[in-house]
Design a protein. Structure first.
Length: 327
């Protein structure tokens, strides 16, 4: 870099620092717009096309992105600190849901650089105060932060479609990680009875001697399995809803009838996969260990994730092809 350019850059630093203090601008509707900052505006490499071509990202978008990523990272950190023994099934299920939630949030604020994220003072306060929940000493309790922010954006910012979509993603994450689990514990007896009855009705087509005694299933007298909370397909259904909503938001598609039909297909496949897994554990102890703790549990987790992704992905691609033909 020439000496004159270096001197120009250094001379620009005080004025840039002063302007950064008053970066907020008041809009007509009372909202605060965060100015966009790029390396070319800072003046360090003035006239250089490489730096000037960097994407322009509003500061509000960074605030939203830090909140989304920080919440998930806090959960993952606590998960590995408090639960050092992570099974492959848990890693696949939890990380996939969180990855889709974060990807959808980042897509909403960063995918369209022409549209800036507008935040009011109250929005900023919510995004600054909610991360206090990151210090809750329980990994699922951390999602109180996304619950608070999601409810606020869905109710207080109903006129802003972008912020409402963000709120919906955060609420879906909260339901999957926190509120769905609490609801399941409260309604466990009823959900268990329905699932055991469904498994028994389907299992009779495969096992002639299938018997049921409460939550216990058996096909022979010396071996039986008990359906506990972790055997339910309820958690995978909440994951399916989260993945479904995330893909729709990433693709910028509405929740129409065809989208709900794809969700129904995914839900049916997830339930069928879980029932097949439970029935496969019935014959022997070896089969139980394979499908419950061994490689079979990982295969089931991957199959459930694929069942959640593929139908809605096909719907999005089909809709995109229809729009291209119309154009």
């Amino acid at each position: 870099m020439p000496a004159s350019a270096c001197f120009w850059s250094v001379a620009r630093l005080p004025s840039f620092a002063a302007s950064a203090v008053s970066r907020f601008r008041q809009r007509r509707n009372g909202e605060l717009m965060f100015d966009r900052v790029t390396p070319s505006r800072i003046g360090i490499v003035k006239g250089t096309s490489v730096w000037a071509s960097w994407p322009v990202v509003p500061r509000a978008a960074w605030l939203v992105s830090i909140f989304s990523c920080g919440t998930v990272l806090s959960v993952i950190l606590q998960r590995y600190l408090l639960e050092p023994t992570q099974t492959a099934q848990h890693i696949v299920e939890f990380h996939v849901g969180e990855a889709f939630g974060v990807a959808a949030s980042l897509s909403l604020v960063l995918a369209n650089p022409r549209r800036s994220v507008s935040l009011t003072r109250a929005d900023v306060a919510i995004l600054v105060l909610s991360p206090l929940m990151w210090f809750v000493p329980e990994q699922h309790g951390i999602y109180l932060a996304t619950t608070l922010a999601g409810i606020w954006f869905c109710l207080a910012r109903r006129s802003d479609r972008q912020l409402v979509s963000l709120g919906q993603i955060w609420l879906a994450l909260s339901i999957y990680e926190l509120w769905g689990k609490l609801l399941f514990k409260l309604c466990y007896q009823m959900i268990e009875a329905v699932e055991v009855s469904l498994i028994y009705r389907i299992g009779r087509f495969f096992y002639d001697g299938l018997g049921v005694d409460g939550p216990r299933l058996h096909v022979r007298g010396d071996w039986s399995i008990v359906l506990l909370e972790g055997c339910s397909s309820f958690h995978n259904l909440s994951l399916t809803v989260l993945v479904w909503l995330s893909i729709l938001k990433i693709a910028n598609r509405s929740c129409d009838v065809a989208a709900f039909r794809a969700l129904g297909v995914s839900a049916g496949l997830v339930i069928a996969i879980n029932i097949a897994r439970i029935l496969a554990m019935l014959p022997s102890r070896e089969a139980f260990l394979f499908w419950h703790d061994g490689a079979g549990s990982s295969l089931v987790a991957l199959a459930s994730v694929a069942a959640a992704i593929v139908p809605i992905l096909l719907h999005v691609e089909r809709r995109a092809c229809e729009l291209n033909r119309q154009n």
